[in-house]
Design a protein around this ligand. Sequence first.
Ligand code: AMP
Length: 249
Amino acid sequence: MKALVAVKRVVDYNVKVRVKSDHTGVELTNVKMAINPFCEIAVEEAVRLKEAGIVTEIIAVTVGPQAAQEQLRSALAVGADRAILVQTEDEAQPLAIAKILKAIVDEEQPQVILLGKQAIDGDNNQTGQMLAALGGYSQGTFASKLTFVDGKAQVMREIDGGLQTLSLTLPVVVTTDLRLNEPRYTSLPNIMKAKKKPLDIKSPADYGVSTTPTIKTIKVEPPRERQAGVIVKTVEDLVSKLKNEAKVI
Ligand code: AMP
């Protein structure tokens, strides 16, 4: 079966993001970009399914600017077979992305569709769920284990009360949580090989979808600076400060 993996280009998680001076968003100029960490886990899982002989082909997809080809090449280097960039300079939002992914699923007919549980830039946690709803597919969100038994996907999820295991019919949308796997590092030969793998460039219009934003960001503000802490010498000092200064006891 085919696997489709959705990857997003985001600010690298090691970068300390700075809010733009006009508060319209965060600074992206000259900032290191990378694959969203949860999408890296999705790619790794698809590659492991291929290595296990369950998946035969992996298609990586991103909706984003021309530069997002870099993230697709990274996915190809890890083991995806081909890639599709749906190119737009608009800031694509979850519903439009889900509609584009749905059109690609209709075309490619993958049985397993892997996404990250959330993109670390917008923290939306919406795209996978919207895609499953649009297509009427089963969904296993926040997956910490994925197996295939008797033609069904078994997804283990970490929920408040413990672990929940779902048995889901295919095609299935799976969104990845941190504990699903630990992504591998890519080797130089694989990075070189990835340059030759097919990468199609499409536009949202090819799928009949408009990426004109429907959500407007009103203001972005940095979190309040934390005040420096103090080191107390004795428990009595601590209790006195909590009582008289912080007034929390
Ligand atoms: P979000 O709903 O924005 O938190 O994103 C959840 C997941 O949806 C991401 O981890 C990706 O797998 C997928 N996704 C979000 N935005 C894009 C995009 N622009 N291109 C491809 N996949 C995306």
